[in-house]
Structures are given as structure tokens and as C-alpha cells.
Write a protein that binds this ligand. Structure first.
Ligand code: 5GP
Length: 182
């Protein structure tokens, strides 16, 4: 894992190495397989940030599953949430009577997931649970129930493994955090 990474005007330092990420994803996959062993799953993948997490997690899934995609945008180009969340379904989203698992990269305030849950509720799924790679519990304060969590982290801005800073950094295999001097 390389040391400091510069993205635009900001510097980031290592937080979670890819080996730990993959171990956590494997553990989540095993838990989902056990919980859904007699079911079919529809994964709703929240782009762009969760594409790496989704790609790795679904390869751990042993039960039949379908993939749907939506786009949620809240951060704009900064490192703090803009508060406004825009949701666009990118695929058919025929979720009526289905067991849905939402795949998110990170839950910060929980606002994005609340909007997604409201949106999905109108499509009458049988059940909806949430899997997120990262959770900032101090910020989220239980606003949404996250059943599957890879890591709980402190309320700092992170990049890598799908997560961006102003659209770059998604390709980093490890997760990095904004350096303290920022
Ligand atoms: P929330 O609505 O829970 O506050 O924020 C959720 C969304 O904001 C995430 O899906 C992600 O796109 C973005 N986000 C929240 N925290 C971070 C972070 O630390 N780094 C990055 N790159 N995006 C974040």
C-alpha cells in the first residue's frame, strides 16, 4: 500500500488496505448467503461509489441474484455533503415482491439511503436490507438500519476502492483518508 496520495488539491493517507477490504467483503458475502439461503436476491447497486464493493461482493454470493442500478448524488465536488440528494433509476427496477439488498459504498448522514428507501418503498418489494462497506456511526446516529457493515470509521473524508474526491481516486485498490493537516 503506497503512502501519501495527492488528489487535486488534497493529500490522503492509508486507512484500510485492500487485504482487509477483501476479508470484510468475504465475511459479508458469507453472512448474506446464510441469511438468504432459500431466497433470490435483487441487489440494488448505488453508483458510482459502490461499483468496486458490488463487483467483489456479488462474486461471494452463492444464491440466485439479479442486479439493478441507480445513481445517487449528494456530494457535488467537495468533501462535505451538500444535503440535497438526487436519485435516478438506471435499470428497470421491477422490485415488486422481491427481496432487495441495497449496496452502498459509505453511509455518512444516512440522508442518501433514506431517499433511496423512500424511492424503493413505492416499488413494493417484499423486503429491503442495506449492505454498506463503510459506516460513519457518529454522523449517521442510527438514521437508517444497516444490516451488513464492512467497517465503522470516524467522520473523516475517505477515498479509494470506488470512492472519489471530485471524481478521481476511485481506482485506488486501498482506502485512504484526508490527512490531518487538511
Ligand atoms: P450521506 O447521504 O449518508 O450523508 O452520504 C452518502 C453518500 O455521500 C455516499 O454514497 C458517498 O457518495 C458520499 N460520501 C459520504 N462520505 C464520504 C466520504 O468520506 N468520501 C467520499 N468519497 N464520499 C462520501
Amino acid at each position: 500500500m503506497s503512502n501519501i496520495v495527492q488528489l487535486h488539491d488534497k493529500r490522503f493517507k492509508p486507512l484500510i488496505p485492500s487485504t482487509e477490504i477483501h476479508a470484510a467483503v468475504k465475511r459479508l458475502g458469507e453472512k448474506i448467503n446464510a441469511d438468504y439461503n432459500d431466497k433470490n436476491i435483487v441487489f440494488v447497486i448505488v453508483l458510482k461509489g459502490s461499483m468496486m464493493f458490488a463487483a467483489d461482493l456479488i462474486r461471494e454470493i452463492a444464491v440466485p441474484c439479479r442486479l439493478e442500478f441507480l445513481k445517487a448524488e449528494s456530494y457535488g465536488s467537495g468533501t462535505h455533503s451538500s444535503g440535497a440528494v438526487k436519485i435516478n433509476a438506471l435499470t428497470s427496477m421491477n422490485l415488486s415482491g422481491k427481496d432487495v439488498i441495497i449496496l452502498e459504498d459509505i453511509v455518512d448522514t444516512g440522508l442518501t439511503l433514506k431517499k433511496i428507501l423512500e424511492h424503493l418503498a413505492e416499488l413494493a418489494p417484499a423486503s429491503v436490507t442495506i449492505a454498506t462497506l463503510l459506516l460513519k456511526p457518529d454522523v449517521c446516529k442510527g438514521t437508517v438500519k444497516t444490516e451488513y457493515v464492512g467497517f465503522e470509521i470516524s467522520p473523516l473524508f475517505v477515498v479509494g476502492y470506488g470512492l472519489d474526491y471530485d471524481e478521481i481516486g476511485r481506482n485506488l485498490p486501498d482506502i485512504y483518508v484526508l490527512t490531518e493537516e487538511e
